[in-house]
Write a new protein. Structure first.
Length: 121
């Protein structure tokens, strides 16, 4: 059922698991998706958080961020609901304690200093 939400975007999904099984995202929550790639998990999170929630996807690749923002726009998400930003998980460029839920689908396996990244969360 969740994959139906993604439509054609499911073909470019490169995750290694399902962070939504444990995340229990509720309506109105603020969600940070670390290593968001092209946005698949962020879009699933946005459906759960609803129009009063906010999902920010963080990715190291500027190309992925640009494409994910384009896909969000195509899906009709306003930037106050879904936004992708470029950044490093070892120095997350958001205000501390500004999210209710943090998800990641394989992002941590790509981080050189995992302890530093986990401390950021």
């Amino acid at each position: 059922q969740e994959l139906d939400i993604l439509g054609d975007d499911v073909r470019t999904m490169q995750g290694t698991g399902n962070p939504h099984k444990l995340a229990n995202i509720l309506s109105g929550e603020r969600v940070l998706d670390l290593g968001s790639g092209l946005g698949a998990d962020a879009f699933l999170a946005a459906e759960k958080a609803g129009p009063k929630g906010k999902v920010v996807g963080l990715d190291l690749s500027s190309a992925h961020v640009s494409e994910a923002n384009a896909r969000a726009k195509q899906r009709g998400y306003p930037t106050n609901n879904v936004l992708f930003i470029q950044g490093d998980m070892e120095a997350i460029p958001v205000e501390d304690a500004s999210f209710d839920v943090v998800i990641s689908n394989g992002g941590f396996c790509l981080v050189p200093d995992k302890r530093k990244a986990f401390k950021e969360v």
